[in-house]
Design a protein around this ligand. Sequence first.
Ligand code: G16
Length: 541
Amino acid sequence: MTQITTAPIDGQKPGTSGLRKKTPVFMGPHYLENFVQAIFDAIGGAAGKTFVLGGDGRYFNDRAAQVILRMAAANGAARMIVGQGALLSTPAASHMIRLRRTDGGIILSASHNPGGPDADFGVKFNMPNGGPAPEAVTGAIFARTAEIREYRIAESQDLDLSRPGETRLGGMVVEVVDPVSAYADLMESLFDFNAIRGLLQAGFRLRMDSMNAVTGPYAVEILERRLGAAPGTVVHAVPLPDFGGMHPDPNPTWAHELMAEMMSGDGPDFGAASDGDGDRNMILGRGIYVAPSDSLAVLAANAHLAPGYAGGLKGVARSMPTSSAVDLVAKARGIECFETPTGWKFFGNLMDAGRVSLCGEESFGTGSDHVREKDGLWAILMWLNILAVRRESVAEVMQDHWRTYGRNYYSRHDYEGLPSDSADAMMAALRDRLTALPGQVIEGMAIAAADEFAYTDPVDGSVSAGQGLRVVFEGGSRLVLRLSGTGTSGATLRLYLERYEPAGGDLGLDPQQALAPLIRAAEELAGIAAASGKTAPDVIT
Ligand code: G16
């Protein structure tokens, strides 16, 4: 064991989901090591503990895993459970942490951000409940990075992680496990695989785009091997260190190959994509894109059709910027609905307390209390289970949903790579105006309320302030503005737009047209064009 003298490195503050930086930054002297030692220190040391380790296979995943193993051994960990090839999707890691009753896990991923020597890398710590560390813990990790003076690392050659089995590193057991099978078993326990198999045998056509990222092996095992989808159903199925140049973010912009196939007229019945680490999903039907907020609402309304949820849902939760489509379902079902800040970590307490079983976010994340992360393949299987029981197309399910609950027209506009100073100044200027806004009329719409969202956790009472600026109009339409907490360069402004159209109203509009007055109002209120120097968003979802 070697004690290495180090010094604090600026900026190791975890964001919305762990620490994400440019890969060369993570590969810099002591950068990864300082952060990992800070994790161990912040959780009361690693001695005698068992952790899960794995990542999405992006560039530097393999070498970072070897460093973390050597550090865990030097810090006295008893056992490390590592995905074969140092691979684990984020939901599979969450499941493994829970299944093996471990002390937590370290996940190597920058999620939907591109990978490669000049792209992005990330590290996050998940708690023994399988969920991302809450703010109190990430705050303690950050505080530790600011005072660190040394880290511990064992002298050793690289371990062979290519085959399942056990080896030792000093006094620590290194257990290499198949990353897929336990997760696939969990999915089989939740969903009616026979019904889905029957749907596929009846000629239902499926396309899954794994975007050269971690879900490839999971999707091939579950969709093709266990459910019998045609070989080749899963495309871009091999995880590559640079995702083959793809930007593994499952949205209409970045999953454009899948979008083109699904919108081509004679595309498959169902299309889906997942992201770098497998926790996000995009759902498409032939000729129809399902907005993530709508997907959450449809899953809430139909979850009882899947065996794992046949008893009904305890409650539901969504992040504040996510549309309130799911609230309408919760109201109709008489179950609780919670509004949390952006970030899956805020759902953990609600799930642990048995208050909610289904959660979702506008950022292509949906999941349930089967793990403590959002789960891309879970959402895809839930959709397939629902379609197998209802024997309707995606478009029919959506139209039926809107006719029942009304439609929450929704869109998010992203402005990327803004200078941080001008983004901060724009937000500050709008923040200053908030109290004066109620009563004003913009684009013919009267402002009913305006505030900055703060959240008090109903389980532990912790308060998270500064979670997005909201402007709500008479009738419930609203704008939300916040800066992303997952980017690695400059600032990304997210503008979230929502307008409710009751059942019986005009349910078939193009969302951008339906939201046009709100888009203009946002420009008037915030001056986005001047602050960003852009006349249009970089990404629209
Ligand atoms: C992460 C978080 C999500 C969040 C998303 C967007 O997703 O886990 O909870 O909604 O980022 O966050 P932001 O708007 O701050 O960029 P992922 O898939 O990147 O882990």
